[in-house]
Design a protein around this ligand. Structure first.
Ligand code: SAM
Ligand code: SF4
Length: 469
């Protein structure tokens, strides 16, 4: 099993019976209580476990509409119409684990195995930079070629080393298996943005049933990973659940417990939450037929509830979802999306081979198509990486976000990075849509923020790049 002392793997914050009791206590839909919770949510102070459990049991269409309406308002109030864009970068599909839902699992013979060389990582990065991406999420299975974890560190360096005429990747987030405090320290030294790790499910019996081999079977080592990351000084961490394995209500309440634990211990919870649902994967029967599939309606509810429960935490939706589901959930709370994704190592430089992909994608559109589409819907695709580069992470970020001050930074930064994208990479159609969106956004800003934004946009027009505040 995993390494570390007992203190390194303490998960006493996860109390199954407390979660079960909270769900049972709130099982009946209570319109009075629900409206009280929605009123509280409008104060932007977040919700406690009982509030969240009450919202999970909303059934009547009128109350569901009220829930969605409140989520839309909170999303609008904090994030406006900005949507942060990123692309995953799969560097290796080697894996020693046996997660029954994943194509990368060790005994799956239907997959072509591949770990990219550093030249190949750089080549993939160049393709993403030429598309206009500024953020990548680096992903790997849990088995590293040759020098072990050093492989991942070198790959991060390889991504940051790429400089193209019109750009570079400015933030590398990482999704790799749990580490020791020492290795988290090395990861931090490489200048990563967010360390992301999904618990998959917080329901121990289910976890044991679906993880049948390798280090990942060690539930406690995984559930305590963010404690070790934070002890190593990584203060932007991203949590997530793989929805479809266990009851979504149980897992979401457990996620709340995890966040509260990190807040109590480190003063700040997680920077982002990801909400993947299981997608079909080659060589996995479970992925085609998840044990507790979450329906589209439940999924929309889940996104709305998370938006209200942790209003300042970014919500990430990946290419796993199809365009229709993405459309409907953007307004309810999602603040970051991937676009133009490939989930096989080498997928950007070569035509996609499904035989080496982690799972099937629900949205096959290019970054350019996604930008034009969300622009038409009135959203501003943001390529901003300012906070992390200015050290506005962890508690510092929350201190700015909670009084609403971050908006004064995010809104101009979104516009300047979007204009940079349009000038350097945009098609005529994207430019036309984009200019309209930028003009509309400037029109909605208060005078001070508009002046800042116009100054920054002017610099980008003059040819300056990477303009942020
Ligand atoms: N190997 C590391 C791990 O398991 O944490 C990191 C990379 S793994 C490729 C990233 C995530 O992919 C997993 O945490 C899991 O939630 C997700 N995943 C695996 N199989 C999936 C599937 N069939 N559909 C959707 N997401 C999947
Ligand atoms: Fe390996 Fe991660 Fe896939 Fe599990 S989810 S098989 S650990 S890559």
């Amino acid at each position: 099993m995993g390494k570390g002392t007992d203190a390194d793997r303490d998960v006493s914050w996860l109390d199954d019976s407390l979660i079960a009791d909270t769900l049972a206590r709130n099982a009946a839909e209570d319109a009075g209580k629900i409206r009280e919770v929605l009123a509280k949510a409008r104060e932007l102070e977040g919700l406690d476990r009982d509030d969240v459990a009450a919202l999970m049991h909303v059934k009547s269409p009128g109350l569901v509409d009220e829930l969605f309406d409140t989520a839309r308002r909170v999303k609008e109030e904090i994030y406006g119409n900005r949507l942060v864009m990123f692309a995953p970068l799969y560097i290796s599909n080697l894996c020693a684990n046996e997660c029954l839902y994943c194509a990368f699992r060790a005994t799956n013979k239907e997959l072509d195995r591949r770990a990219l060389s550093m030249d190949e990582v750089a080549a993939e990065t160049r393709v993403l930079v030429r598309q206009g991406h500024k953020r990548v999420l680096l992903v790997a299975g849990e088995s590293y070629p040759g020098e072990g974890f050093e492989y991942v560190l070198k790959a991060i360096d390889a991504v940051y080393s790429v400089r193209e005429e019109s750009g570079e990747i400015r933030r590398v987030n990482v999704n790799v298996a749990p580490l020791t405090v020492e290795d988290f320290t090395r990861l931090k030294e490489r200048g990563i943005g967010t360390y992301q790790l999904f618990q998959e499910t917080y329901h121990r019996p289910t976890y044991t049933r679906v993880h049948v081999g390798g280090l990942k079977r060690d539930f406690d080592w995984r559930a305590s990973a963010m404690d070790r990351a934070m002890r190593a000084g990584i203060d932007d961490v991203g949590l997530g659940v793989l929805y479809g394995l266990a009851d979504w209500r149980f897992d979401t309440l457990a996620l709340m417990s995890h966040i509260r634990h990190l807040e109590d211990r480190f003063g700040v919870g997680c920077h982002t939450i990801s909400v993947p649902r299981i997608e079909p994967a080659v060589g996995s029967e479970m992925a085609s037929c998840p044990p507790q599939a979450v329906t589209d309606d439940e999924f929309r509810k889940l996104v709305a509830i998370l938006r209200l429960a942790v209003p300042y935490t970014g919500l990430i939706m990946s290419t796993r979802e199809n365009a229709e589901v993405r459309h409907s959930t953007l307004a309810l709370g999602v603040s970051q999306i991937s676009a133009g994704s490939r989930t096989n190592p080498g997928g950007y430089t070569e035509a996609e081979k499904f035989e080496s992909s982690q799972f099937q994608l629900g949205d096959h559109r290019s970054l350019s198509e996604v930008v034009a589409d969300i622009g038409r819907m009135g959203y501003i695709p943001s390529f901003c990486t300012a906070c992390y580069r200015l050290g506005r992470t962890g508690q510092d970020f929350m201190d700015l976000a909670k009084p609403g001050l971050i908006k004064e930074k995010c809104a101009p930064n979104a516009l300047s990075t979007f204009l940079e994208y349009l000038i350097d990479y945009g098609s005529p159609m994207e430019r036309e849509v984009g200019q309209g969106v930028i003009a509309a956004e400037l029109g909605c800003m208060d005078d001070r923020t508009r002046r800042v934004a116009e100054r920054m946009l002017g610099k980008v027009q003059e040819g300056r790049r990477d303009v942020f505040c």
